[in-house]
Design a protein around this ligand. Structure first.
Ligand code: NAD
Length: 378
């Protein structure tokens, strides 16, 4: 039996997924807010133990693993405390809020030898995984350019309903740069297997919000990969516009994928094949759904219960991967180094945008990283 503790109410997105896996039980819940704690405990049901203080849950919660879904600035201190206490960790995005924190996190995962999974859920979107399979099958040729956009006006989240200022005013929109990059970077990196981001350069039109927050009115980060590929990440959480939190584009030597840009649009692909026999002709779009044969088996065979967990089964598969990694005692694909690299795109972008778009080198996050590489190089 794997006993899990959840910290922060957002962690309840894993509830149905965890409940549908055999020999896994949520035994503890932690939230600083008494009311949130009560509501969460009622949703979990059974004899779940509740704690307001995270360290108390680690000590007295009788748990093997913890899901950290507290505000971003709590992730690294809580993850390190959990690893030190011998617990496995699944952490919400982003992995941390400073570069030093990211280095400490990697060191702690190595030191305490526990499983750490970075819970970047958009990676599990069926479209992303289907396009990954199509890349592997060579349909797009060699991918060389991708885009990810996260356009989400979060003005309603800066103040809680009780009038208190929320952490998002400081740790998200109180900072410069592409502060929330992983929902865009993570998915597109699925299409560049074995590659990693080596450079980040960020531009913004400036700060136009009238709320007195420091965040740019949209940022565009250009990321170069070790293999020389280009990735463009646009994040805008301040401008007045409808949401589009999951727009993606991929271009390869033989074709491209473009996700739907608004609710009436559709996900589309175009590649050189029998109908589009030459890149010199005006190539035609096809619906991505015509290529569902490339959807990974676990999406095709998802049970009703798995789909009900949320987001077409994505909310189940993320939990499934974490529990599998714990059972097999091996780090998951979304390991600490991956989480840190994707998070660092945002942290480095703040330096870049405040220095006229200067290119900042990405450290190579990996096991036993030498101390003299744990620095930011301009
Ligand atoms: N993956 C996604 O799609 C997604 C979506 C939304 C939020 N998030 C992430 O989830 C996390 C939480 O976001 P949210 O929107 O739920 O924030 P929120 O402010 O609405 O909720 C945070 C909860 O954590 C509790 N909390 C705060 N500090 C705590 C502490 N030290 N110990 C225990 N509990 C504490 C608060 O009382 C509150 O209930 C953030 O890291 C955010 O980036 C991810």
């Amino acid at each position: 039996m794997i006993k899990v503790g959840i910290a922060g109410t957002r962690g309840l997105s894993t509830l149905m997924g965890l409940n549908s896996i055999e020999d896994v039980k949520i035994t503890a819940m932690c939230d600083l807010d008494e009311e949130h704690l009560k509501t969460a405990a009622a949703r979990i049901g059974g004899d779940v133990r509740t704690f307001r203080v995270f360290d108390d849950m680690l000590e007295k919660g009788d748990i093997d693993a913890v899901i950290i879904a507290t505000p971003m600035q709590c992730h690294v201190p809580q993850a390190i405390a959990a690893l030190e206490a011998g617990k496995h960790v699944m952490s919400e995005v982003t992995a941390g809020v400073t570069m030093d924190e990211l280095f400490w996190l990697c060191e702690s995962v190595e030191k305490y030898n526990k499983i750490y999974m970075f819970a970047e859920n958009v990676v599990f979107d069926p479209r992303i995984q289907q396009v990954k399979k199509m890349v592997e099958a060579g349909l797009f040729g060699e991918p060389y350019y991708a885009e990810g956009m996260y356009l989400h006006n979060i003005a309603d989240l800066f103040v809680y309903p009780n009038g208190k200022t929320s952490w998002r005013s400081y740790w998200q929109c109180g900072t410069r740069g592409t502060f929330y990059p992983t929902h865009s970077v993570g998915p597109v990196m699925q299409w560049f297997a074995g590659d990693r981001i080596t450079e980040v350069s960020t531009f913004s039109p400036g700060v136009y919000n009238t709320l007195g927050l420091k965040q740019d009115s949209g940022t565009t980060s250009m990321c170069r990969t070790a293999n020389g590929k280009l990735i463009c990440i646009r994040v805008d959480c301040m401008s007045p516009r409808p949401h589009n939190t999951d727009f993606f584009h991929l271009q390869g030597t033989k074709g491209c994928f473009t996700s739907k840009a608004h609710p009436d649009d559709y996900n589309r692909v175009s590649f050189i094949d029998d109908e589009n026999d030459s890149p010199l002709h005006n190539m035609k779009w096809k619906k991505l759904e015509e290529y569902e044969i490339y959807l990974p088996d676990r999406y095709k065979n998802a049970t009703e219960e798995q789909i009900k967990a949320g987001h077409n089964g994505s909310d189940f598969f993320i939990v499934e991967d974490f529990i599998k990694a714990v059972r097999e005692n091996r780090q998951p694909d979304l390991d600490v180094y991956t989480g840190c690299e994707w998070t660092a795109v945002g942290l480095l972008s703040a330096l870049s945008v405040t220095n006229g778009g200067r290119t900042i080198q990405m450290p190579h996050f990996r096991k036993n990283m030498p101390l003299d590489e744990k620095k930011i190089t301009l």
